[in-house]
Design a protein around this ligand. Sequence first.
Ligand code: ATP
Ligand code: RIB
Length: 304
Amino acid sequence: MYKNIRCAVVGSINMDLILSADRIPVEGESLPGNNYSYACGGKGANQATGLARLGAKTKMIGKVGDDQNGKKLLDNLKTNGIDTSCVSCEGSQSGLAAIILEKGGKNRIIVFEGANGEIDPDEAADAITDDLDLLLVQFETHNGVVIKAVKSAIDKGIVAVVDCGPAKNFPLEEIQGVTVISPNESETKALTGIYPEDEKSMIEASKILLQRSKAKYAVLKLGERGCSVYDGKDLRILPAYESEVVDTTAAGDSFTAAMALELIRSGDIYSACDIGNKAGSIAVSRMGADASMPTADEILNIRR
Ligand code: ATP
Ligand code: RIB
């Protein structure tokens, strides 16, 4: 379905330490954990895996450390069929995300950026070649990397889709001309000052996102409520697909990768967001980040 689409992702690559507990400890409290595991993650790597698992030709642009985790992360990208020729492996430790997973699937994450903080903006921009159809970026690398990567893509006529995670007040004016700007609820609040709780606030927040970034579409990821699409005129809410939630980690990554690919294939933002909702519903039903990313067949099997 997506095998002729050529994509690049500029972003973070992390080792995730996932620790499950009944609840998050309060200040000064120590709680017994129920389980823990290590899994490959990082918003950039998750989205690259999401694209590759859906069949797209995918190149990762980023950095891991020259350590054991770096080797595992690099191997994992290769196993997923991702071109790692633009992932450098030197300098400080690999990125690490400590994820506390509560019963019910909600998480809290602390990220040590490590090598992700050393990506050279010019090298990242140069790795975006004019044979690509799609660039995905997130905000888990330094702002200069995102800004130069997006500019490089736009100059070459490549569609740029921006996943606004993690939440920060990013200078959206510096990435004008992207096709889609896509924050989740807390990222929307960080970027616009408005929490998208109802249709009115979704429109207000989306208008600010479009004004600042000059994007064509603002796609808000709304967790179990699905997503909203604003094209500068109308807002449409697309409900989520029912799912048994195990771990919400990387639901947003899975959504963004699938939505972006379907947008390139069909040119239709609404069918793209519907596919994104399907991918997100699968991701929340599975443990881990990279392991949550669905195949095209799995997405096609999702029905209401
Ligand atoms: P994360 O940061 O955990 O990767 P996110 O906060 O960026 O995720 P969400 O808005 O939580 O992103 O989820 C992304 C998409 O996943 C939603 O737009 C929706 O399509 C799907 N999704 C999330 N939670 C659920 C749920 N409980 N049931 C069904 N689908 C869900
Ligand atoms: O979006 C999920 C990702 O955020 C995790 O894999 C973790 O690495 C953090 O960066």
